[in-house]
Design a binder for this molecule. Sequence first.
Ligand code: G4P
Length: 283
Amino acid sequence: MNYQWYPGHMTKAKRMMQENISLIDLVIELVDARAPLSSRNPDIDELGKHKSRLILLNKSDLADPGLNQRWMSFFKEKGFYVLEVNAKTGQGLKAIQGMVREACKEKIERDRKRGIKNRPVRAIVVGIPNVGKSTFINSFAGKACTKTGNKPGVTKGKQWIRLNKELELLDTPGILWPKFESEEVGRKLAMIGSMNDEILQMTELAEALVTYLLSHYRRALLDRYQIEEDGQSYTAQEVMEAVCENRKCYKKGQEPDYEKAAALVIDDFRSGRIGQITLEEPV
Ligand code: G4P
């Protein structure tokens, strides 16, 4: 597969992250709950060392609830603070404030001992494209926030969103470059929509998705496309043929339109219409 990130972009993104991270106390990292490892860039651990860390399993509404729990335990065991959220509806966001206090307790205590009062925790939101960073900032900061900085007469520079007297958020998220360490990771990123669809082979991608669903979420897949469960070991190709038939994806002359069917299956998956599905399990 061909990807749209190039070394130049990565260097630039990395430089920006380094600059921004030096200003903050807490890194709020968003991952996609449907592929929590593939949607992380491990370089964030190096960039964010010595900082407090909070991982948000976002889009948890689209992911398998049982696996959300297992991924929470996985990250907790690695020493991260972690929460399951839905940035779109705001579900789970209320718990963040308390967790920030907990994650940054050493800094808060240090400030208190030095007699520094009311210095809020400064946080940055980071993640690879499409994990929901902007949605999160909008829902979390809401309308109640006030922006500081970049106003006439106020210190020029970064825009901070003051959420309350304890917490400020950098208004622009840090974009992490997706990792391309294997074709499998690339494929999962493509399935969850973290890559530019124009460069993807949608029919191949849909077949790979269907193959995974057949082995992990068979019932949900067959139900969605009204394919009878008669103990057969369907192949991905047969499922795609059935999708063409049941959803009337035909070209002129009744020839099956596999591209149309592929786009349909991928869109159904991304929107959660096949069910709550997670593409990887913690090991
Ligand atoms: P980014 O800044 O990290 O690039 O991501 P952004 O906020 O633009 O979000 C990418 C897409 O993910 C958006 O959908 C957004 O609505 C959706 N999204 C974000 N958080 C959640 C979540 O927790 N659950 C669900 N189900 N979706 C979420 P879009 O297709 O670009 O727009 P729209 O269909 O919402 O209008």
